[in-house]
Design a binder for this molecule. Sequence first.
Ligand code: GDG
Length: 456
Amino acid sequence: MSQQGRLIVVSNRIPTEAAPSGGLVVALHEALESRGGIWIGSSGQVVDEPGGLKTLADDKYTRLAFDLTKAEHEGFYLGYANSVLWPLFHHRADLIDVDQGDRDQYMGVNARVAQLIAEVIEPNDVLWIHDYHFLPLAAELRKLGLDNRMGYFLHIPFPNPSDIAALPDRKQLPHWIAAYDLIGLQTQRDVSACLEWLRGDTAAEFTLRGRMKLDTRHFEVRSFPIGIDVDAFRDAAERADITITDLPTNQKLILGVDRLDYSKGLPNRFEAFGKYLSMRDKNLPHATMIQVAPPSREDVEAYKDIRVQLESMAGSVNGEHAELDWTPIRYLRRPLPRDVVAGLYRRADVCLVTPLADGMNLVAKEYVAAQDGADPGVLILSHFAGAAEQLDGALMVNPYDTVSMAEAIDQALKMDLHERRARWLSMMQVIRETDIDWWTNSFLRSLQNQPQMRVA
Ligand code: GDG
C-alpha cells in the first residue's frame, strides 16, 4: 500500500471488459491503474440471493462486483434511484413515484454495499463515490466507524431547494451529504443551489474558506465540470469519415445524440425542427435531422411514455414535410458504435443539445472535439445543460421556446465560416483546459487536501 493509500471508486455499474471504452470509465480506469486500488460496482446481473463481492479483474488494480437481487433491482435501481431521485433532481417532481418499499431497498443496498466496502478498505484508502445511487453510502460507512477520506461526485443537477421538500428523505439528506469530506457538483449553478439549500433549510453553517459544518462534520461543496478526452475523440472522428450514401454532400445535416430520456428535451426539439421546416427558405438545400436515441430504463413508466410520444411526433413531422425523395427526421432508436457516432458528429453541420435539465452533457463537448477546425459546425445548446456554463461559443437556446429554437436552427445553417470558427475556437479552448484528466486530477487532489477527520 502506498503512503497515500489506494483509491477506491464506487459507481453503480462497473465495466466488465478488460480495456473499457467511454470517457468517464476510461478516466477512472486510468486513475486506478496509476494509483492502484479497487473499483466496486454492480455487475448488472440480477440474482435470487444477495452474495458478496466477486473479482472481475485483478491486475494493476482490482475490480469487484456485487449482484443485485430482483427486489433490489426493482426497489433500489428502477424505484428509488430512477423513479424518485432522477426525476426530482431533474426538476420533475411531478414524475416522482414514492414507495416506502423502494426506499427501504435503496437504504438496504447502500447499507449492504457499505458492509462490502468495509471488508476490503484499509485505513489510508481514499474513497470516491459516484452519483445518485449512493447518496447515503458515506453515512452508512461512518456508522461502521470508518474515517477514511470520502469524496462524492454527483453527475446530475443538484435539485431545486424547493423540490427537496418532496423527497421522503429531506431530513436525512443533509446528514448524507455531510458524511462526505468533499462533494463535487458539475456547475457553479449546482453549487449555489446546494449552498442555498444547506444555509436556508438545514442546520449547516459556513466555516472558514467556504467549508460547511453540520453536527461534528466539516465538508466542502465545489464544482468540477466533467470533461472528455479531446484528442481521442478528435482522432476517432477523423478516422471514421463516414459517408451516408443517400445524403448528398450539399445537404445539411442536423444531429442529435441522446439517451432516450425525458430530461433531454426531445419532443421540444422535434417540434422546433418542424417549425423550422415550415419557415425555411425553400431555395436552400434540404436539412435532414438524424436523431440517435438509444432506449434506457425501459422498465420505468415515464420512459415508455416518452418513447411513444417521440415516435408519434417524428411520424407527424415527416408526414407533413417529407417529399418523395426526402425524409426530414431519421430517428434511430438504437445505439450506434462509438466511432460511427464520432463520424456523424464530424459530418453534422449543426448539433442540437437541448435538454430541459442536464448535469453537464458530454455530447456537446464531443461534438466540438470532433469538428474539422477549418470548417467547423455549430453547436445549439440549451441554457439548462451544465455545459452552457462553459461553452459560451454555442448558440444558446431556451428549449421551451420552440419558435426561437427554430430560428436558431436557421441562424446556425446560415452562419458564415468566420463566425463558426471564432465560436468553435473559444469552445475548443475550454474543453481542452477542463478535459477528463483535469477533472479526475483536480477532484482527487482536492479530496486529498481535505483535512482528515477522526470519527468521534
Ligand atoms: C450523465 C449526466 C453528464 C449516446 N448515444 C450513443 C452513445 N452515447 C454516448 C454519448 C455520450 C454519452 O453516451 C451520454 O453522455 P451525456 O453526458 O450526454 O448524458 P448521460 O448519459 O445522461 O450522463 C450528464 C454525464 O453523466 C457525465 O457526468 O454529462 O449530464 O446525465 O458520451 O456519446 N454512444 C454510443 N452509441 C450511441 O448510440 N457508442
